[in-house]
Design a protein. Structure first.
Length: 244
């Protein structure tokens, strides 16, 4: 956890420019800066970059599991202990040609929630996870994605109540569904996006035929979602693991 030492702070406000979620505030009464602990994501940008010339920003030992989770997922240089991956603790399915997580006839779903400047509260991540699970998607287990470690029931996407008010810089909800379920999952996302106080981007992972086509995306036209104009291509160098 990060705090500002009131004795060392000069009130210059320089540190405010570096905070990724505007969690560093200024007290006009004390003429000092302080950190809003409810808004802070523990990304440690202010600590790593040593933005305070007086050394007033100090680390305090993280005192519970959820604060540790908040820091590891928000700090891009931290390595997640379960998945062994830095940067939010997940590679999503970028290595699907090796892992084979998304089989033929399935669609991978990666919902990237929050951004620098806004962040995401875990209560909103829960709403999205429960929405896609309720529409028939299968949420990714803990060995693939850190968010699953906070779920009391992977089948419904419910998070433990104690974590809901923690603020993260960004977190990814990962799932997969059958190709014929994609439309209802996307409709669930269209509904829940009106109920959350953050932003998200949606990634869809599909296998294509020899012509580079997959007709599953035709459902986007039915529900008013623009067809994607960019993507990442996995050329399948990890075969034969991906053949299943």
């Amino acid at each position: 956890m990060t705090m500002i030492n009131n004795d060392l702070c000069t009130g210059c406000k320089i540190c405010q420019k570096y905070c990724t979620v505007d969690a560093i505030l200024y007290s006009s009464e004390e003429k000092k800066c302080y950190i809003d602990q409810e808004r802070c994501t523990e990304c440690y940008v202010c600590l790593r970059q040593k933005v305070c010339s007086q050394g007033a920003i100090e680390p305090i030992e993280l005192d519970n599991f959820y604060k540790q989770f908040q820091h590891v997922i928000s700090d891009p240089v931290e390595n997640h202990g379960v998945t062994g991956v830095t940067g939010r603790g997940t590679e999503e399915v970028k290595t699907n040609d090796v892992s084979g997580r998304i089989k033929k006839g399935e669609v991978g779903i990666a919902i990237d929630m929050g951004r620098p400047g806004m962040g995401v509260y875990l209560r909103d991540a829960e709403k999205v996870a429960m929405a896609v699970a309720g529409a028939g998607a299968e949420l990714a287990p803990a060995e693939h994605t850190p968010l699953a470690t906070l779920m009391t029931d992977l089948k419904v996407g419910k998070l433990v109540d104690e974590c809901l008010n923690y603020h993260l810089l960004s977190v990814i909800v990962e799932a997969k569904c059958q190709e014929n379920q994609l439309k209802q999952v996307l409709e669930a996302l269209q509904k829940v996006e009106k109920e959350i106080d953050t932003v998200f981007s949606l990634g869809l992972i599909l296998r294509v035929d020899e012509n580079g086509e997959n007709q599953t995306l035709e459902c986007l036209n039915d529900i008013g979602i623009a067809r994607p104009h960019r993507g990442k291509v996995n050329v399948g160098l990890g075969k034969p693991l991906s053949l299943a």
